[in-house]
Design a protein around this ligand. Structure first.
Ligand code: ADP
Ligand code: MG
Length: 496
């Protein structure tokens, strides 16, 4: 049964905004949670990335705001700055006709500027935990009139060790309030923690089948670690994606991949948590505008971001657990479009492939390692397409004389072949260096893995004993700067 937004009896201001946003049907998670949200129930809403969870909590939240009141009436807590910004943009759109005032608050932005913005009496604050707490302690944010609290990407937030911060924030909210908690995944331990913050929550879970991946073609390629990069660039040449995301395992990996891609002539940029806020936003904007063709990202940096129009996802490193896989490929195939996901599996990572397939309940198709000839063929095809477009634009007068002269000396096929050759980006094998990265293997993979490790051939998981090492770049920094930045791009070992 399709549910339209008329069915929710929303105010005309919201209906106007929703129509302007182009939403027609409610997504399944919206259909099930908006009525609960409107009737002040506590809700745990779980559905895959890209299914419209923001509007699922945003619509009831904005509907209940009184824009005349000078008080903060709702807070949305989000794990990263980008997500805070993105959510506040969506809430702004929903509340535009109602003139609901939305303010994002995150670490890394000038606090003085935030304080000035807070004096303009926003109705809704969207913030990262650390910075929210900072303002609460400075008494520049008062939550004593808040009646709705939202936690977006809740599992990520609780996972990243924000539990104490969240508890402190909530202790400033009147005990009579509604809590809405939305996430793509909700592992049992996280759910138990979450429920501490809630009163008899309704748990709405849009089932895996509906929430996946049906419009995403999923492939895996068996490829040795040292051949991964050539494989990647050949695939890029063959598939010539409009917008591609390449996922790497660590920040260093992301930096190195972005650099190596540029060396081989692709417009690529990397995003991860060590970059300044400004740099990440610039990279994202360029990507959305199409100024760069490949975005390289860590899992956490890309989490929850709505980047539309992604046609291809490349899992250069296999994701650390099946849930991350679902998140990653959820970047593509959004809003009814189809997408393609390619996952590189080294020989020793086979068990991860099976674990992923069990989670998504779908088999991936095997794709053969592409050859150099196929890459050249792909690029040639791109050139031919461009030639066709140029011909159809019919704006060639200036070049006709030179063309006629060439044709006096050579036959037409030779001339055209030369033109194609010149305009074709031939596969580039500029040598690049990537540092070996051992995977961060989560508990979910461990069982399947331990038996493998004993066969002692080295390879795949370089040095299984170096596990503390694998985590280090995420963990070391985290404890120092989590609070001050008010946002984290660092995954913490699960602490429960
Ligand atoms: P999630 O939080 O589940 O990952 P988002 O809230 O970021 O998903 O939504 C993904 C995209 O889908 C956004 O661009 C959003 O505007 C759009 N969207 C949300 N709800 C609808 C709808 N009912 N119809 C069409 N597009 C929608
Ligand atoms: Mg979201």
């Amino acid at each position: 049964m399709t549910i339209t937004f008329q069915d929710f009896n929303l105010s005309s201001d919201l209906m106007k905004a929703i129509n302007r946003m182009g939403f027609e049907e409610a997504t399944p998670i919206q259909a099930q949670t908006i009525p609960l949200g409107l009737s002040n129930k506590d809700v745990i809403g779980q559905a895959q990335t890209g299914t419209g969870k923001t509007a699922a909590f945003g619509i009831p939240l904005v509907e209940k705001i009184n824009p005349e009141s000078p008080n903060i009436q709702a807070i949305v807590i989000a794990p990263t700055r980008e997500l805070a910004i993105q959510v506040s943009e969506e809430l702004y759109k929903i509340g535009q006709d109602k003139r609901a005032k939305v303010l994002p608050i995150y670490g890394g932005q000038d606090i003085g500027r935030q304080i000035r913005a807070l004096k303009k009496n926003p109705n809704i604050i969207v913030g990262t935990p650390g910075r929210l707490l900072d303002h609460i302690n400075r008494r520049t944010i008062r939550l004593n009139n808040v009646n709705t609290v939202v936690m977006d990407e809740a599992d990520e937030m609780l996972n990243m060790g924000f539990i104490d911060d969240i508890e402190s924030i909530l202790s400033n909210v009147p005990s009579e309030h509604q809590t809405l908690l939305f996430s793509a995944t909700m592992p049992a331990p996280i759910k138990r923690i979450a429920e501490r913050f809630m009163t008899e929550p309704e748990h709405v879970k849009v089932k895996a089948k509906e929430m996946t991946v049906s419009n995403i073609q999923q492939f895996y390629l068996e490829v040795q670690e040292r051949k991964k990069f050539d494989t990647l660039t050949r695939l890029l040449d063959i598939q010539s994606p409009e917008l591609a995301i390449v996922f790497g395992r660590t920040k260093r990996r992301v930096d190195e991949l972005a650099e190596a891609l540029n060396l081989r002539g692709y417009a690529a940029e990397g995003i991860h948590g060590d970059l300044t806020q400004a740099k990440r936003m610039v990279a994202l904007r360029k990507f959305k505008e199409g100024a760069i063709e490949v975005l390289v990202a860590t899992d956490v940096a890309a989490r929850g971001l709505d980047i539309s129009g992604v046609t291809h996802v490349y899992n250069f490193d296999v994701p650390q657990d099946p849930e991350s896989y679902v998140h990653r490929i959820g970047r593509t195939g959004r809003a009814g479009k189809t997408g393609m996901a390619m996952t590189f599996i080294t020989p020793r990572e086979k068990s991860m492939l099976r674990a992923i397939e069990q989670t998504t309940k779908r088999k991936m198709d095997r794709m053969k390692e592409p050859t150099l000839d196929e890459a050249l063929e792909g690029q040639q095809q791109v050139t031919v397409e461009r030639l066709r477009t140029t011909i159809s634009e019919n704006n060639l007068n200036f070049y006709m004389t030179a063309a006629a002269e060439l044709l006096e000396d050579h036959d037409a096929v030779t001339v055209v072949a030369a033109a194609i050759k010149m305009a074709t980006k031939e596969p580039d094998d500029t040598p690049v260096r990537l540092t070996d990265e051992a995977p961060m293997v989560s508990k979910r993979y461990k069982n399947q893995r331990s038996s493998k490790r004993r066969d002692g051939q080295g390879g795949g998981y370089r040095g299984g004993k170096g596990k503390s090492n694998n985590r280090s770049s995420y963990d070391k920094k985290r404890s120092n700067d989590r609070r001050s930045s008010g946002s984290g791009d660092r995954r913490q070992k699960k602490s429960y």
